[in-house]
Design a protein around this ligand. Sequence first.
Ligand code: ADP
Ligand code: MG
Length: 389
Amino acid sequence: MTTADDARTLFRELTGTDPVGSWSAPGRVNLIGEHTDYNDGFVLPFAIDHRTHAALGLRDDARIRVVSTFDPVPVEVALGDLAALFPDRRDELPEWSRYALGVAWALIVRTGRNDLAGVDLAIASDVPVGAGLSSSAAIEGAVASALNDTWQLELDRVTLAQIGRTAENEAVGAPTGIMDQMASMLGRADAATFLDCRSLEAEIIDLGFADADLELVVIDTQVKHSHATGGYGERRAACERGAQIMGVAALRDLSVDDLDRAAELMDEVTFRRVRHVVTEDQRVLDTVRTLRTEGPEAIGDLLLASHASMRDDFEISVPELDTAVEAAMSAGAVGARMTGGGFGGAAIALVHRDRAGAVAEAATTAFADAGFTAPHVFTVTPSAGAGRD
Ligand code: ADP
Ligand code: MG
């Protein structure tokens, strides 16, 4: 059984009828460019071969009902009540349902429509949750695609990505950037999405992993992060402070040459946060150039420099992520880094196909030696973005 079948089965259990169709959106791995998105900077994520599927059917009333394999208790509200629930009364809804219902709400707000048909949605996913692979963008993208087609809203993919972000920021209350949704919407096979988070201009960049016999190994540390709490908000605040001190709209407006001046103007911690973002933007640009001129085998040092910057300057790594990166490199990876928001989640390693087994084994052994929970190690393939199944 595929995950798309799981969504259809769940739909039948919910309604006793077949869905009219199913839509899906992938999770993503960010190859490089971490915590640059909300600083108006550059990122280079790719959609992965793990997806969230939403099977949809029409109702004869104007209500929306969602259910997920994640939590099989359905949640149902009138479409007309969504405006009252979000954002102020969102606590009345189970947290997971805010992602799906928040997308419906954001679509209604955006289009101003009050004549939309009621729907039932059943959701199933093989995107690991909380592992830094953006299961949140996957559920948002699947629901946004399903509703956009069903309600014939004809919004383009970039707009649907913005809808997902609005749902996540305002309906869920997680202050995330737009990278995840753009990657999930725009993905292509063996390619990454080079995104300017200010203009939202996106360019598809060939990765060339297949020709170079490279695989992307994900080492999920099993350490769960949470965006709604913890250090993420604090890092965002530090970035805003740094930009304000430097008199720019966003850290994107600084270059590596501005760092000496930044060091003189701000406290040491804020400076290191700023230095991470400014150098990370440069590493994304360098990675795109290197992929084009030399190919994927040449980006290893950039991945490693990104990890060091997150560990030492942005301070969002954890011992499990550092151990995963070190183990991957000791087993012959081309490069490795933590990926995602930090404080847990996954590391990625770019690895020659014949070394993938050795990298997995090295990570598992290193985690056992350190007394950590065993990591979940798997490979991902750069894949197509959201759409109808
Ligand atoms: P991630 O790094 O996986 O995106 P987030 O904390 O941003 O982590 O989002 C995870 C949350 O998204 C889950 O806790 C849940 O509320 C919601 N979610 C993700 N996938 C599903 C799903 N298939 N069904 C229901 N809720 C989901
Ligand atoms: Mg997320």
